[in-house]
Design a protein around this ligand. Structure first.
Ligand code: DGP
Length: 117
């Protein structure tokens, strides 16, 4: 799908909407989810305009790996890694995606059921 640069995460990247950044580097930024589904709920997003995982390309390989490593590092630095945590990428409306800028949810601080439901 084509990328709509009016989405809320694009606006956070452009600093049109405030967000306390927990991490930022050349590839990604991270901040808290406005509607937390766990005591710790972070979002890690690429700076690149990728609508959803299904639209990522081979040249995004390094960025995608970087998102996961950053998520793991944030779970450590935010102090919830030792108890376990969950990463979620919702892909497309049927997958529960509501903001069409790729993002990794990092959830921690509670137990998580499997299957996720
Ligand atoms: P998803 O459903 O996977 O597309 O997740 C989108 C998440 O984005 C959802 O958990 C709520 C969060 N969110 C939406 N708008 C904002 C916002 O303006 N600021 C922040 N920090 N999070 C937002």
């Amino acid at each position: 799908m084509s990328y709509d640069s009016t989405n809320v995460f694009a606006r956070i990247l452009r600093k049109e909407i405030p967000a306390e950044l927990l991490h930022e580097d050349e590839h990604c930024v991270a901040f808290r989810d406005v509607s937390p589904q766990a005591p710790h709920h972070l979002l890690v997003i690429p700076r690149r305009p990728i609508s959803r995982l299904a639209d990522a390309k081979p040249e995004d390989r390094e960025v995608l790996g970087h998102l996961l490593l950053t998520a793991a590092e944030l779970a450590r630095s935010q102090g919830f890694a030792d108890d376990g945590y969950r990463l979620v990428i919702n892909n497309g409306e049927g997958g529960g995606q509501t903001v069409f800028h790729l993002h990794v949810h990092v959830l921690g601080g509670r137990e998580f059921a499997w299957p996720p439901g």
